[in-house]
Write a protein that binds this ligand. Structure first.
Ligand code: SME
Length: 154
């Protein structure tokens, strides 16, 4: 199956499961679980949320995979770059990314999508890591951005 089709299918499943649930933690837990189990190349899948007590810092939220770092300052690493710029980051080789935060040395490539609420405020980033190099492309960007938009900005 084409990646685009798979993302369409997964997005439908996520929307169906989230229906009627407004709690953000429950929504993020559901999104990370369904995405993580839908794609073989996802090694770590989860959210870093904007800390309400420290608005220039991300704190780990719901995720699937090996132990994640707890906190990431805005501007630091791939997640911090996505949060600071508001733009999706695709990194083919995390070891070559300046300031990359290695929570698990097995992570090789990564995509991070900013998460906005319906008012356009940044509330989190969605971070997906692979244990293989260059596993994320424009198809993943489009698929993950669509999932995030439907799940948190609608
Ligand atoms: N690699 C990330 C840190 C988070 S973890 O990989 C789970 C980064 O540099 O933003």
């Amino acid at each position: 199956m084409e990646k685009t089709e798979r993302y369409d299918e997964v997005a439908k499943e996520i929307t169906a499961v989230l229906e009627g649930e407004s709690n953000l933690t429950a929504r993020m837990a559901t999104v990370s679980n369904i995405l993580h189990h839908a794609f073989d190349h996802f090694f770590w899948t989860g959210f870093y949320v904007v800390d309400p007590d420290k608005p220039d810092e991300l704190v780990v939220g719901p995720y699937q995979g090996t132990l994640g770092c707890l906190r990431i300052p805005f501007g630091k690493g791939v997640c911090g770059a996505a949060a600071a710029s508001g733009e999706t980051q695709i990194v083919d080789d995390v070891h070559a990314f300046p300031g990359h935060i290695a929570c698990d040395a097995r992570s090789e490539s990564e995509i991070v999508v900013p998460v906005f609420d319906h008012g356009g405020a940044l509330i989190a980033v969605l971070d997906v890591d692979s244990d293989r190099k260059a596993m994320f492309d424009e198809g993943d960007k489009a698929g993950l951005e669509a999932v995030v938009k439907a799940s948190f900005a609608a």
